[in-house]
Design a protein around this ligand. Structure first.
Ligand SMILES: [Zn+2]
Length: 475
C-alpha cells in the first residue's frame, strides 16, 4: 500500500508540467470566475440560436470580453455575429476560437429524459454554448497573466458563428481576420477527454437542381419533361457510385423539391448532397464524378441540371507537437471530478437512449500517436488548420456513447456535467496557451511541424465569393 502511494506520488511529481505557477494561476482565475462563466454558458444555452442568427449569444460573449478589458471588434467578415476580442501586443499572437450556434429542432430541458422546452425550437445539441464560453474563459485567464506582466504577447479570441451551416471560420480566414496568428487553439465538447490526434473528414456541400417543363400528367404528358425524372436518375447514379468509392467515402442527400402534385409533370427538382472523405483530393474526385452524374441524368431525362457548391471543409491537419503540449496539460489536470449524482444522471440518459449504462468517461485518454483514419464528421476548424497551426482537444461534457446532435447533449450542456467539462477545457486550453507564451521554442516547434506537413499544399476554400447569405428572420 505504502509502495503504491509512493509510486503514485512519484508519478504525480513527474507529471508536473512546465510553467506550473502560471498554469496554477490561470486555473485559479477560471475557478474564481466559475459562477459567472457557467451563468454565461447557461444564457447562451437558453438562447439556442441557430447559424448566423446568434445575435444575443454573440453579444453576450462580446460584452463579457469587453467587460474583462479585451478590445472587441464586432461584425467582422461580413457576418454580424462574428467578432474578435484581443488583448496585449507583439508576438507571439496566440488565437483561440469559440462557437455558439445551436441546432434546429433540439429543444430540450436539462433533464435525463426527452423533455422539450418548446416544440420545434432549437437546442445546443453540439454543446457550442460550452465551446464558446470555455474558449473565452481560457483567453481571459491568459489575458489576466499578460496584464500582470507574467506573460508577453497578444491573445485573440475569435467568435466564430455558423459552424453547423456555412462554416463562419472559413469566411473569417478568407477576409484576413485571422492574419498574423502564430498558433490557433480550439476544443470541442465530446463524450471523452483527449488531445485530438485524429483528423476529421473533408466535405463538400452541393445543391443539384433540375429544370424541366410542366404539362398535364394525363392530358399531354408528351409535352412535359420531368425535372424529377432527372433527379431520380441522378440519385440512382449516386447510389450506384457507392459501390465504387473508397470505404472511407460518405455521400448523403436530402430531396428538397420533388414535385408538388401527381397531375403536373414537375418542372423543378432539387437535391442537397454532401460528399465526404478522409482527404480533400478524394472529395474532389467524388465531386467530379457527381458532376458527370448530374449532366448525364439531365441528358437522359431531357432536362437541365445546375450544380452549386455551397461550401465545405478540409480534413484536419493535425499538429502532433501541439497535441503533445495539450496532452501534458490534460494529464496534469487529471480525472474530471464527476460526482455520483452526475454519473447517475448520465446513466439515466443512457437508459433512455437504450445504450450501455457506462456513465461518464471521467479519465483523460492516453496520447494516441497513431490514431488511424478520421471518424465520420467534419468541421470548419480544419480549414484553419491548413493556414495556421492548430491545437485541438476534446473534453467530456456528455455520457459515453450518446447520439451527438441529440437531446442528451443539450440536456448535459445545461447542467453541471457540461459546466464541469467546460471549466476543465478552459484550464487545459489556458495551460497550453501558457506553454506557447512562456516558451518561444514551443511556438517554433509547432510552426516548424506545420511548415513541413503543409508544404506543397495549395489551400483553396470551397466557399463561394462574398459573405454568406443571412437567413431571413421569418423563414
Ligand atoms: Zn460542434
Amino acid at each position: 500500500m505504502r509502495t503504491l502511494l509512493l509510486l503514485l506520488l512519484a508519478a504525480n511529481a513527474f507529471a508536473a508540467p512546465p510553467h506550473l505557477a502560471e498554469k496554477q494561476a490561470a486555473a485559479a482565475d477560471i475557478d474564481a470566475n466559475r459562477a459567472q462563466l457557467t451563468a454565461l454558458s447557461d444564457e447562451v444555452w437558453r438562447y439556442a440560436e441557430t447559424a448566423l442568427k446568434e445575435t444575443k449569444s454573440s453579444k453576450a460573449l462580446a460584452d463579457f470580453a469587453e467587460s474583462k478589458g479585451f478590445r472587441v471588434t464586432r461584425g467582422v467578415a461580413g457576418m454580424p455575429t462574428a467578432f474578435v476580442a484581443e488583448y496585449g501586443s507583439g508576438r507571439p499572437v496566440i488565437g483561440i476560437m469559440g462557437e455558439y450556434d445551436a441546432l434546429p429542432g433540439l429543444s430540450q430541458k436539462a433533464e435525463p429524459m426527452r423533455a422539450v422546452i418548446e416544440a420545434g425550437a432549437p437546442g445546443h445539441g453540439c454543446g457550442h454554448n460550452l465551446f464558446g464560453v470555455g474558449s473565452l474563459a481560457a483567453a481571459t485567464a491568459v489575458k489576466d497573466l499578460i496584464a500582470a506582466g507574467k506573460l508577453h504577447g497578444t491573445v485573440k479570441f475569435f467568435g466564430t458563428p455558423a459552424e453547423e451551416a456555412v462554416g463562419g471560420k472559413i469566411y473569417m480566414l478568407r477576409e484576413g481576420v485571422m492574419n498574423g496568428v502564430d498558433v490557433m487553439l480550439a476544443w470541442h465538447p465530446d463524450d471523452e477527454t483527449r488531445a485530438d490526434t485524429k483528423s476529421t473528414q473533408a466535405i463538400v456541400d452541393v445543391t443539384v437542381e433540375f429544370f424541366g417543363r410542366a404539362a398535364h400528367a394525363a392530358f399531354d404528358p408528351w409535352d412535359g419533361r420531368s425535372a424529377v425524372d432527372g433527379l431520380e436518375i441522378f440519385t440512382h447514379a449516386v447510389n450506384m457510385m457507392r459501390e465504387h468509392v473508397h470505404p472511407s467515402s460518405r455521400m448523403h442527400y436530402a430531396i428538397l423539391r420533388g414535385g408538388d402534385v401527381p397531375n403536373v409533370v414537375p418542372e423543378y427538382g432539387k437535391v442537397w448532397i454532401w460528399l465526404r472523405d478522409e482527404k480533400r483530393e478524394l472529395v474532389d474526385d467524388m465531386l467530379a464524378r457527381m458532376r458527370k452524374a448530374a449532366t448525364g441524368s439531365a441528358m437522359a431525362a431531357d432536362v437541365e441540371a445546375k450544380v452549386t457548391i455551397n461550401g465545405g471543409d478540409w480534413n484536419m491537419l493535425v499538429n502532433m507537437t501541439g497535441e503533445r503540449l495539450a496532452q501534458q496539460n490534460l494529464d496534469w489536470l487529471g480525472t474530471l471530478p464527476f460526482t455520483a449524482e452526475e454519473q447517475a444522471f448520465a446513466k439515466s440518459i443512457q437508459r433512455a437512449n437504450k445504450i450501455e449504462e457506462k456513465g461518464l468517461n471521467a479519465a483523460v485518454k492516453p496520447f494516441e500517436a497513431n490514431p488511424g483514419p478520421a471518424d465520420g464528421g467534419s468541421t470548419d476548424v480544419a480549414d484553419i488548420s491548413w493556414n495556421i497551426p492548430t491545437i485541438h482537444l476534446s473534453v467530456a461534457t456528455a455520457p459515453a456513447g450518446v447520439p451527438w446532435h441529440g437531446w442528451s447533449v443539450v440536456a448535459c450542456g445545461g447542467m453541471s456535467i457540461g459546466h464541469k467539462g467546460m471549466i476543465f477545457a478552459s484550464k487545459a486550453l489556458a495551460a497550453t496557451m501558457i506553454d506557447l507564451f512562456a516558451d518561444p521554442n514551443n511556438v517554433k516547434a509547432v510552426r516548424d511541424e506545420f511548415a513541413k506537413t503543409s508544404a506543397g499544399v495549395t489551400y483553396t476554400a470551397y466557399i463561394p465569393p462574398g459573405p454568406p447569405a443571412l437567413p431571413s428572420a421569418n423563414p
